[in-house]
Design a protein around this ligand. Structure first.
Ligand code: ATP
Ligand code: MG
Length: 356
């Protein structure tokens, strides 16, 4: 098993003329960590990855791998494996020749190449596929070959830019599982770019949420979901009911009393300097009688959708305010239908006051 490399960004930035693709960014990735860069299109994910690979020359700052400054090093001298969305296999080489390619480039003796290629094929569960041509493989199999090719020379650091982006949903989920296994097996540090929050949350040890060339928040999937540092992060990770606040003041019991733009008065937790308050759909209780939670409002069901294992309601609370509520099947004591008068409620602990 490879020892994963540590990775440090020290004030790394990139501008293209007036476009600030990457604002000065500092962060560290621990040896063996599975670290995801998550963010919308154009948020600077590939740019940041490119500064490690050497495709992007930073405008400022330094990139360090295991403490060594690699900022000015030419790409081919960096001992880094890479996997991209378009697997970029050589179409006229067999699977085995594709995987052997980086070893040949590194002038390994033939006697060493064959066992290494076989081992890499086993690692991605494609033992025996060596003689096939890439065109004779499925999309998922081709992506596994690309993975084997990136990992065959045991790089301590693997960069992956939307590697599953070209695959359909089922195959994607299967491959996510495989990538996790793969990571456990190889031990390399993985930097993984995706704009799919479910994918990042299911695979990564930590996630950096990117927006406008900046890491808005870095933390475990659990942290960034439950403790988003601002409204962008809260919105980007799953669904959130968001309220703009007119006034926030401490209520003396450790909670914040907030007046929303819709003229609702709610109790929440967080800082008095916040501008919005958010509550997740799954933290809201829906019932035919008052819920007894810290925040409780009557409303009417205006939409209802069955999703796997739960029901998503839209509940109109006031003319300007419709809430998303998700109730798991077992939490619904009574069957609710369209236009039913209901009560929704949630506790102050489940509502977070955030900067805009
Ligand atoms: N070579 C370039 N010249 C000018 N602008 C660029 C160049 N490469 C990237 N940019 C700009 O830098 C910003 C960040 O781009 P980047 O490719 O890092 O985004 P991304 O987060 O990877 O997006 P996506 O999810 O669409 O791949 C974008 O506004 C993009 O238009
Ligand atoms: Mg990109």
């Amino acid at each position: 098993m490879t020892r994963g490399a540590s990775l440090t960004f020290d004030q790394v930035s990139k501008s293209y003329g007036a476009v600030m693709a990457l604002q000065p960014t500092s962060m560290s990735v621990a040896p063996g960590e599975f670290f995801a860069l998550l963010g919308p299109s154009g948020s600077g994910k590939s740019t940041l990855l490119g500064t490690i690979a050497g495709f992007v020359a930073p405008s400022g700052g330094r990139v360090l791998v295991d403490g060594t400054d690699i900022t000015g090093m030419s790409p081919h001298r960096r001992n880094i494996g890479m996997v991209f969305q378009n697997y970029a296999l050589f179409p006229y080489l067999t699977v085995a020749q594709n995987i052997a390619f980086p070893l040949k480039m590194r002038r390994l003796p033939k006697s060493e190449i064959t066992p290494r290629v076989d081992r890499a094929l086993e690692m991605v569960r494609l033992g025996g596929f060596g003689p096939r041509m890439p065109a004779q493989l499925s999309g998922g199999q081709q992506q596994r070959v690309a993975l084997a090719r990136a990992a065959v020379y045991d790089p301590p650091l693997l960069l992956m830019d939307e590697p599953l982006g070209a695959l359909d949903k089922n195959l994607r989920e299967e491959m996510q599982e495989e990538l996790r296994q793969f990571h456990h097996t190889v031990g390399a540090t993985i930097l993984y770019v995706t704009h799919d929050q479910q994918e990042a949350a299911s695979m990564a040890d930590r996630i950096a949420i990117m927006n406008h060339g900046k890491a808005e928040q870095i933390g475990s999937p659990h942290e960034v979901y439950d403790q988003p540092s601002n409204s962008f992060v809260a919105r980007f990770l799953g669904e959130a009911n968001m309220f703009r606040l007119r006034q926030v003041c401490a209520d003396g019991s450790g909670h914040m009393r907030c007046d929303t733009e819709e003229a609702l008065s709610v109790l929440a937790r967080g800082a008095a300097s916040g501008a919005v308050a958010c509550v997740r759909p799954e933290d809201i209780t829906i019932a035919t009688t008052p819920t007894g939670r810290d925040n409780c409002f009557p409303g009417r069901i205006v939409d209802l959708v069955q999703v796997a294992g739960s029901v998503r309601y839209r509940v109109a609370v006031t003319p300007g305010c419709t809430l998303s509520v998700r109730a798991s099947a077992e939490r619904r004591a009574t069957v609710l239908t369209m236009n039913d008068a209901v009560h929704v409620g949630w506790d102050a602990a489940d509502m977070l006051v955030l900067p805009a």
